[in-house]
Ligand binder design. Sequence first.
Ligand SMILES: Cc1cc2nc3c(=O)[nH]c(=O)nc-3n(C[C@H](O)[C@H](O)[C@H](O)COP(=O)(O)OP(=O)(O)OC[C@H]3O[C@@H](n4cnc5c(N)ncnc54)[C@H](O)[C@@H]3O)c2cc1C
Length: 336
Amino acid sequence: MLQENINITPFTTFGVEVSSRYFATFSSIEELRKLLAEVKDQQLLVLGGGSNMLFRKDYEGITIKNEITGISVIEENEESVLLKVGAGEVWHNFVLYSIEHNLGGIENLSLIPGSVGASPMQNIGAYGVEIKDVFDSLEAIEIATGELHTFSHQDCQFGYRESVFKKELKGKYIIVSVSYKLSKQPKLNTSYGAINSELATRGITQPSIKDVSDVVIAIRQSKLPDPKEIGNAGSFFKNPVIPKSHYIALQKTYENIPSYPVSKDTVKVPAGWLIDNAGWKGKTIGEYGVHKNQALVLVNYGKANGNDIFQLSEDIIADIYKRYQIKLEREVNIIA
Ligand SMILES: Cc1cc2nc3c(=O)[nH]c(=O)nc-3n(C[C@H](O)[C@H](O)[C@H](O)COP(=O)(O)OP(=O)(O)OC[C@H]3O[C@@H](n4cnc5c(N)ncnc54)[C@H](O)[C@@H]3O)c2cc1C
């Protein structure tokens, strides 16, 4: 059922006031197909948890919110379990399910906001783990035909905060379920960030997946602004990958510029460092700005306008280019 002129601000995390010309929810493939037949060829936006979006203005098209839930076991052996999860499940609830059932693989991805269906969109990642490490396949409805298609790992073309659904297939499919292979004999990955030191502080020498999840949650809560208190969409920019020769040239001016190896000829530079070093961290313009502890996170302190926040991101991109000749790319989806 299409509703008209609906305020969709509560379904997003940036806190920017926005309404959608039309709005509907769907909780099954049948409902989705019916909806697609009704709105054929009109401007359409799929909404999960709205935690990776910035609306520049009210949305003139039809927003459809995915509420397909359910977690089921597809296959199981001594080593692993294959689970099919409804795309409308809250991602962190799925992480909690995995911990409750002692299934390893996604504990480092605890507390990432949003839905299961959006997890493959940008190959969500945190603390040295990405969704592609446990991804098996997904099912999606083609918007033009209503047909159900299965996409393998290879089909999804995962990259750093990338997949085929943000490139060639952008706006063409609606993901309805995702299948993940989780391990019954988890191999923990605690080397990234402050996980090891936080485990040591807690006196934990043989951590369980729950211990790792608890520590990741505590670290995230201490570092990232909670969208319920300060509107944001997590990291606004991706970490740029640049040629090694460019990095070596930058080191002449910026001795402390950090980097992580990517390939023989390229390195990844933390965008947060570039923005911080350029003096943007903590900058506040009226109701919005750059977070005081996390230069990668743009924030809405109250009633900021989406277009103003977008303009701030443009100014940062231009300044970073001028200083370091590096073109930052946005991680957040801009809805014009
Ligand atoms: C505080 C905070 C911390 C964050 N930390 C991280 C982090 O550590 N790592 C990380 O990777 N991300 C992080 N993010 C970003 C965000 O959590 C992820 O990108 C998440 O996957 C978005 O899910 P969502 O359901 O909210 O997507 P939405 O914002 O609703 O949608 C994102 C995009 O996916 C599309 N989409 C959504 N669902 C579907 C579907 N079923 N089918 C087709 N298209 C769909 C939308 O149209 C849109 O283009 C963070 C965000 C916040 C606010």
